[in-house]
Design a protein around this ligand. Sequence first.
Ligand code: SF4
Length: 232
Amino acid sequence: MTTTQDVNLRELAERAGRDLEDAPALDILRWAADTFGKKFCVTSSMEDAVVAHLASRVAPGVDVVFLDTGYHFEETIGTRDAVEAVMNVNVITLTPRRTVAEQDAEYGPKLHDRDPDLCCALRKVKPLEEGLTAYDAWATGLRRDESPTRAGTPVVGWDEKRRKVKISPIARWTQDDVDAYVAEHGVLTNPLLMDGYTSVGCAPCTRRVAEGEDVRAGRWAGRGKTECGLHG
Ligand code: SF4
């Protein structure tokens, strides 16, 4: 059911998307922190901590939400732990209702190979949906140059599925912009980025990419799937 608050938030998002299209990432996040206060969070896959770092500069102690699917590389969990230890943010780890063992018992082993859409729905989409109920707005690290499916990402938009304002402060950044920010500020990054991975997701569904391949070519390779459902 659409509420008056939904309509107001949607109008706010659409207006901000137009007004902030050319604004620096820090200004976009400052607007989000000022507008939503504690009802604003950053989500992070722990591929890197760029958006969390940017947000911590304008909103120290900001909530950084991480989805622990139970299938992550140990390097990803290590990055989460390092972010929690050294950055001025409040890391919140969300977990699916079922452990991997419980999912295997109910749906059979390796659901990710047989029905990755269902696996992502159970281990990513649903937990995030539940975790975001405490917020009006969430920030992501989506960038337009990552893949054709992300080319139209607004810097601020309306997430109809979750009825939240969705903020992508580095949507206009390139990989070079990310690399420059990481180098300038010494931002934590997932060690797998130095080991042939250009996009880091769950271990069973992520492979290294070859020279010249799309940044996200290593995600669900050969399975006809490009997004987990968090952003679609
Ligand atoms: Fe399951 Fe793979 Fe989706 Fe992770 S990325 S939730 S393992 S299908």
